[in-house]
Design a protein around this ligand. Structure first.
Ligand code: GLN
Length: 484
């Protein structure tokens, strides 16, 4: 059963080939068997999963099943889950049991999905390799010496290893797309405002966006269909109905105009990755698309601007973790200041502390104009680059990441090299645009992802563009040998 996609599982559940309870048991057994080597899950919710599965089977008997009824999934541990530990990969929330469900969790529950557990992630979603997690690194199922990418590395590894057919992720600067690329799966970061952020622990509020990760674009369409939509409880949620993504997957690509930004194919891009990406683009030409070279001239400013905006917003968002209301509290504080400083010092890891310091500095009196305001101005220039590009082309394509998965430990001591993993993904968040990554080949054993960027609210188009490619290629069907 584990080899089937969500769409295939949904069909099997509908014909009664197996029940959701049988499917859930089979996947829980795989989690038990493989998680010790992958470390993809922080928490496994076996009992409540089986209860949800039985309820889904019952709903089906009553004739009230939808496409996701009884489908097992996993949630990144950044989404609040009622009665279940929600750690955000941090020691400071190690014992935090959320008292409510995030909207995304609520919506997937309502669609009948079964939660297998919570997946590992970089601490507070800060990272590109899953190595900043308090719970230890996740390993890449394609090569256990390699990182899975981050910050949604647990979700990506769990999907790639066939422990779950789908999972949720969040993407502030690339955290859905980059791990999807490094693990050979499909993931989409929707337009900012498309998916509710309510109950999703905030990292950088003006950039964060939740989205689905699965093996195929079709499965992402099914999950996104359930996740997307207006939410009164998120003031940045956009009141605009979500289309039926699954129904729009088959549109032909004849005449599709693909922009290839020259800045995404230059220095810094691994040449073997470039060849795989160029082959994928050639396949799109065979499908009837046209390609044109475009320029996104401010691309080189994306990482510096992001590393002002994201730390600034995180320093404000993370101020709430103070050892008073919830989360880790130090032993025997001698006064209030000691309580704050020791609780936070013990609770947050090194990368999170680095970003809080950078962000606090950038926002401090006298520096605001020089850093935060300047970064916001650059953000506008980056959005304008995309606006001009989308006046010419329908979608933009390029590599998701400049290299394939790197080895565990390879970049931990060098934050700048680590930050460069997101060189092609970060601008998309700064502009609030949707972006998707799909598997298009390998360098050696390690997968390569193609990034497809669209104009605002064109998730349907991105999924369609990925789906048509997956109809004529089989990269998305390849499984890492040890987990086939
Ligand atoms: N790697 C980037 C960072 O560390 C992006 C993370 C993300 O998208 N959550 O901030």
């Amino acid at each position: 059963m584990h080899e089937k996609t969500i769409a295939q599982l949904s069909a099997s559940l509908a014909t009664g080939e197996f029940s959701s309870e049988e499917l859930t048991r089979a996947l829980l057994e795989r989690v038990e068997r493989f998680n010790p080597s992958l470390n993809a899950f922080i928490t496994v919710t076996a009992e409540s999963a089986l209860a949800q599965a039985r309820a889904a089977d019952e709903r089906r008997r009553q004739g009230a099943a939808g496409l996701l009824t009884g489908i097992p999934i996993a949630h990144k541990d950044i989404f609040c889950t009622d009665g279940v530990r929600t750690s955000c990969g941090s020691r400071i929330l190690d014992r935090f049991i959320a008292p409510y469900n995030a909207t995304v969790v609520e919506r997937l529950n309502a669609a009948g999905a079964v939660m297998l557990g919570k997946t590992n992630m970089d601490e507070f979603a800060m990272g590109s390799s899953n190595e900043t997690s308090f719970y230890g690194p996740v390993r890449n199922p394609w090569d256990l010496d390699a990182v899975p990418g981050g910050s949604s590395g647990g979700s990506a590894a769990a999907v790639a290893a066939r422990l779950t057919p789908g999972a949720t992720g969040t993407d502030t600067g690339g955290s859905i797309r980059q791990p999807a690329a490094l693990c050979g799966i499909t993931g989409i970061k929707p337009t900012y405002g498309r998916v509710s952020r309510w109950g999703m622990i905030a990292y950088a509020s003006s950039l964060d966006q939740g989205g689905p990760m699965a093996r195929t674009a079709e499965d992402c369409a099914l999950l996104l269909g359930a996740m997307a939509g207006f939410d009164l409880r998120d003031s940045t949620s956009v009141d605009r109905p979500a289309p039926d993504y699954a129904a729009l997957l088959d549109q032909p690509l004849t005449g599709l105009k693909i922009g290839l930004p020259k800045e995404y194919f230059g220095e810094g891009l691994d040449s073997a990755v470039a060849r795989v990406v160029e082959d994928a683009i050639a396949e799109y030409r065979k499908l009837g698309a046209e390609t044109v070279e475009i320029s996104l001239p401010n691309s080189h400013l994306a990482i510096p601007a992001y590393y002002v905006v994201a730390p600034a917003e995180c320093s404000s968002n993370l101020a709430r973790f103070d050892g008073v209301r919830y989360g880790h509290r130090c032993e025997n504080p001698k006064d209030l200041l000691d309580l704050y400083t020791r609780s936070r010092g013990e609770g947050f890891g090194a990368e999170v502390q680095r970003r809080i310091l950078v962000g606090t500095f950038a926002l401090s009196a006298g520096y605001y104009d020089a850093y935060y305001l300047k970064a916001q101005q650059i953000r506008r220039l980056i959005s304008d680059d995309f606006r001009q590009a989308f006046a010419q082309v329908d979608v933009i394509m390029g590599p998701t990441s400049p290299t394939v998965a790197f080895n565990l430990g390879e970049k931990v001591d060098d934050p700048i090299t680590m930050y460069l993993s997101d060189i092609y993904t970060i601008a998309v968040n700064l502009a609030g645009l949707p972006g998707l990554s799909l598997p298009v080949g390998f360098v050696g054993q390690r997968p390569v992802g193609l990034q497809v960027i669209g104009d605002y609210f064109t998730e349907d188009r991105l999924l369609n563009v990925a789906h048509r490619y997956q109809q004529v290629t089989d990269w998305h069907q390849r499984a890492p040998t040890a987990f086939a």
